[in-house]
Design a protein around this ligand. Structure first.
Ligand code: SF4
Length: 182
């Protein structure tokens, strides 16, 4: 049975690469990983950040979104856009992406956006820089975050797409996912 090729955020139980030096163990993602051919990546360590590190955030400055690290006062927008573009251009085959929600790099339409001047929260529905670049390049790519696996319809839609892409079926995975939830 062919397995879909899925790129996933490295902090999903693969490496302790988060800002706080930790990783995320998510039961749904751990189950999904058994059924896919996963390739991991971490945009923040990709641009040279250590783990742990000072937090970064997406800010709006003069109407433009930037990646900012409040503790150092530095911007990392250019580095992140360059890394994301190079990485995405280097991918020759994929069936889908599973990204870490709410991250200033990997979040998909659930990342916090702050006003640079005031520090006030503008929106909790922005995307991280890597995710935004990915959606620009591949607007029809199946992309999901861990939160979406809590929703049956979103889970089925995503898994159907990625398995269809590679000529397989998600039935066994769906059975395991949903039997665990009972
Ligand atoms: S969310 Fe993305 S950038 Fe942040 S630690 Fe995970 S893989 Fe790295």
């Amino acid at each position: 049975m062919p397995k879909p090729v899925v790129y996933i955020s490295r902090c999903f139980g693969i490496r302790r690469c988060r800002y706080d030096g930790d990783w995320i163990i998510d039961d749904n993602i751990e189950t999904v990983k058994k059924y896919i051919d996963f390739r991991d990546f971490c945009p923040e360590t990709g641009i040279g950040f250590p783990s742990p590190r000072e937090k970064i955030r997406v800010v709006c400055r003069n109407g433009v979104q930037e990646l900012f690290q409040p503790a150092t006062g530095k911007f990392f927008t250019e580095e992140m856009v360059r890394f994301s573009t190079d990485f995405i251009n280097s991918i020759s085959r994929f069936d889908g992406f599973i990204l870490k929600g709410k991250s200033p790099s990997c979040g998909v339409k659930n990342t916090k956006l702050y006003d640079f001047a005031t520090g006030e929260l503008i929106s909790a529905g922005a995307s991280g820089f890597f995710a935004a670049t990915l959606l620009d390049h591949f607007p029809d790519a199946p992309v999901i975050t861990e939160k979406s696996f809590e929703d049956t319809t979103e889970t089925v839609l995503f898994l159907d797409k990625i398995f269809k892409n590679c000529g397989g079926t998600p039935q066994a995975l769906l059975t395991e996912l949903f039997s665990r939830k009972r």
